[in-house]
Design a protein around this ligand. Sequence first.
Ligand SMILES: *Cc1c(COP(=O)(O)O)cnc(C)c1O
Length: 377
Amino acid sequence: MAIQLFVPTYRVDECIEEIRQCLELGWTGIGFKTVEFESAWRAYTGHKHAHFVNSATAGLHLAVKILKQVHGWQDGDEIVSTPLTFVSTNHAILYEKMKVVFADVDEHLCMDPEDLERRIGPRTRAVMFVGLGGNTGQYADILAICRKHRLPLILDGAHMAGTRLHGEMPGKEADVAVYSFQAVKNLPTADSGMICFADEEMDGICRKYTWLGINKDTYTRTHSAGNYKWKYDVEYLGYKYHGNSVMAAIGLVQLRYLDEDNRFRRQVAQWYEDRLGHGSSRAKPIPVAADCESSRHLFMIESGNRDELLHVLNDNEIYPGVHYRDNTDYAMYAYGQGTCPRAHDMSGRILSLPMHLQLREEDVDRVCEIVAAHAKE
Ligand SMILES: *Cc1c(COP(=O)(O)O)cnc(C)c1O
């Protein structure tokens, strides 16, 4: 039997029941379940504001856009980010005509605080931190540097649904945190995400931007009866980025099980650690930061013969992944080549082993036997 990297799990009957409510009411768009999901997410995470969007990519774009607008940043101003991420993180910066400056990663494969300090210059305006695989890395140190230099922090929490640090949900200290509920993330819907601004005004601006820039306040304030619904104002060149009730219906069910599911993911990670960690094989697991209870979206190892190991695993019907290729290897970010040696080196060594809720201990045995037999320093 093949062992896949990701197999999303849905409590089908419960999802259908939530979706049924949308269909029976005839309300599948924004409102209804999106409002319910936003408030459930706020209650779960402790974020003051949460706005449901159609993807984390859309959320990251608006995070950069709104910070830029409110703070009056210029085109060409810089945001320090990581090269070891899904391109969506860095595209979000380019969408707003700002420049991505890359900082190298640490042993957790998250941004290295010391390298971040070296990258801060006169045009640096913000920092983008990615909690890779659910790991918090040196998040607290990154935050301290941001505070010291008065730089806003954007948290790409695409892998971090349910991650805790010192028992607390991280992200509330950031100026904005963005989560992904894409099809293969650890809280899968099909496509959606959540954007959580610390600031109420920015949350308000964001809600306009996700629906074409339409300002509903003008009619809700004066004409709540509904006759004047068409008499809204349009303040911004906004986007069609808001989420819908069908996605939110699935999200509501997934959220109920998130802690339980993440606990199982940590169990799977422990099975891997027991077999591959502590120097018992030449494949080295990427360490989770101390006091981080990771969502375990990913279980990553490094191996000196990564490509060969991928082939052997594939030959045995085991399908791992790579998260991620050093973004400076891509043509459009090639200007950053050579600036982050550790990220570059690790990008050739890392692989993500199968991690999902259908895995059994025997599956982990099978994967680890092959990894232990073939991994090289
Ligand atoms: C998946 C992912 C995104 C984008 O999420 P979408 O919801 O698919 O837009 C952003 N950043 C990281 C690190 C991701 O893994």
